[in-house]
Design a protein around this ligand. Structure first.
Ligand SMILES: *[C@@H]1O[C@H](CO)[C@@H](O)[C@H](O)[C@H]1NC(C)=O
Ligand SMILES: *[C@@H]1O[C@H](CO)[C@@H](O)[C@H](O)[C@H]1NC(C)=O
Length: 303
């Protein structure tokens, strides 16, 4: 019998129906302002390289983090995942193409994009460093075992939508009684491994780690820290959130006062996984987790 439990998740992945909008600027405003010489062209809205990038982790709450940061009046967020630094066919289009994917912004505003695929990409750290060696990076993490199950669940769901079969997680995880550590969802949960590649190019002070578990339980303190890291005035407030009892997590309230909750697909139920397997995964990840904690100088309450 398959018991389904509501995965805590992601409020974290997408706030349905909440368009990411530019604030106080639009393409048209920018153009008319500069053409009328009302302000100097340097003050006009234009496409800029992001000053901050949410690099991962996949299924860690990157969408929620971006939507929440976007509540700040001085943050402009790219609407979709750009996949510039992790996909050669995009990277080959060049930086001008990348910049054109960003929403127009005013000087002083912080442009943010998020592509969770960057974190585990071998090429992304060097490429991002080449764009701007002082860019600010945000990394949102959650319990690696929960992340793995969520990762599996997403693929399972996609397969089911197309009426395709997909093995049980236990079957993918075990090969001849051994953990199949080549499984991508295991690899993507090896945070220390990936972070060490970023640290060849960036100092740890340039990488701000957000606790995905805390962000959904109590968003404000995590957002305060993120604002500080981004050099922003503290403008996101408790009034931007309300707890939805039915959903069991916070929804967002933007400038217009309209509440926006997450897409149903984001709180997708996880299939129950055998306790013995979960324990085995916890044991496997514990050493990697310890490495990650010492790299970031912070401990997380993981399995
Ligand atoms: C590089 O990133 C830093 C930190 O966000 C920012 O202050 C600076 O303006 C960026 N440089 C360029 C050329 O975009
Ligand atoms: C709370 O969540 C429920 C269930 O998803 C949804 O139908 C309802 O619109 C939400 N209410 C508010 C005020 O966001």
């Amino acid at each position: 019998m398959e018991v389904w439990v509501l995965g805590y998740i992601l409020l974290l992945s997408s706030v349905s129906g909440m368009p990411l909008q530019t604030k106080g600027v639009s393409e048209r405003n920018g153009a008319s302002l500069s053409s009328s010489h009302a302000v100097s062209p340097a003050r006009a809205a234009r496409h800029r390289d992001p000053q901050a990038i949410i690099i991962g982790v996949r299924k860690g709450g990157t969408r929620a983090l971006l939507e929440m940061l976007n509540l700040h009046p001085d943050v402009v967020a790219a609407a979709s995942e750009v996949h510039f630094f992790d996909q050669d066919e995009n990277y080959d289009k060049g930086l001008a193409w990348y910049r054109a994917q960003m929403p127009p912004s005013l000087p002083g505003q912080v442009t943010v994009e998020k592509t969770p695929g960057y974190f585990s990409s071998v090429k992304a750290p060097e490429r991002i460093h080449a764009m701007n060696s002082s860019v600010r990076l945000l990394l949102i993490v959650r319990d690696p075992v929960e992340r793995l199950v969520s990762d599996y669940t997403q693929v399972l769901h996609n397969r089911q939508q197309r009426a395709k079969p997909y093995p049980r997680l236990e079957k993918i995880l075990l090969r001849g009684g051994q953990l199949n550590i080549q499984y991508k969802a295991i690899q993507r949960s090896l945070y220390a491994l990936h972070l060490s590649r970023w640290l060849r190019f960036f100092s740890i002070g340039q990488i701000h780690v957000v606790d995905g578990g805390k962000l959904i339980r109590d968003p404000l303190p995590e957002l305060r820290r993120a604002e500080r890291f981004l050099g922003l005035a503290p403008r996101i407030s408790a009034a931007n959130f309300y707890f939805n009892q039915t959903k069991g997590f916070y929804c967002l309230r933007g400038e217009g006062g309209h509440g926006k909750c997450l897409d149903e697909s984001k709180g997708r139920p996880h299939p129950t996984v055998e306790g013995a397997i979960l324990e085995r995964l916890c044991t496997f990840f514990s050493r990697h987790n310890e490495d990650f904690f010492s790299m970031v100088g912070k401990t997380f309450n993981w399995c």
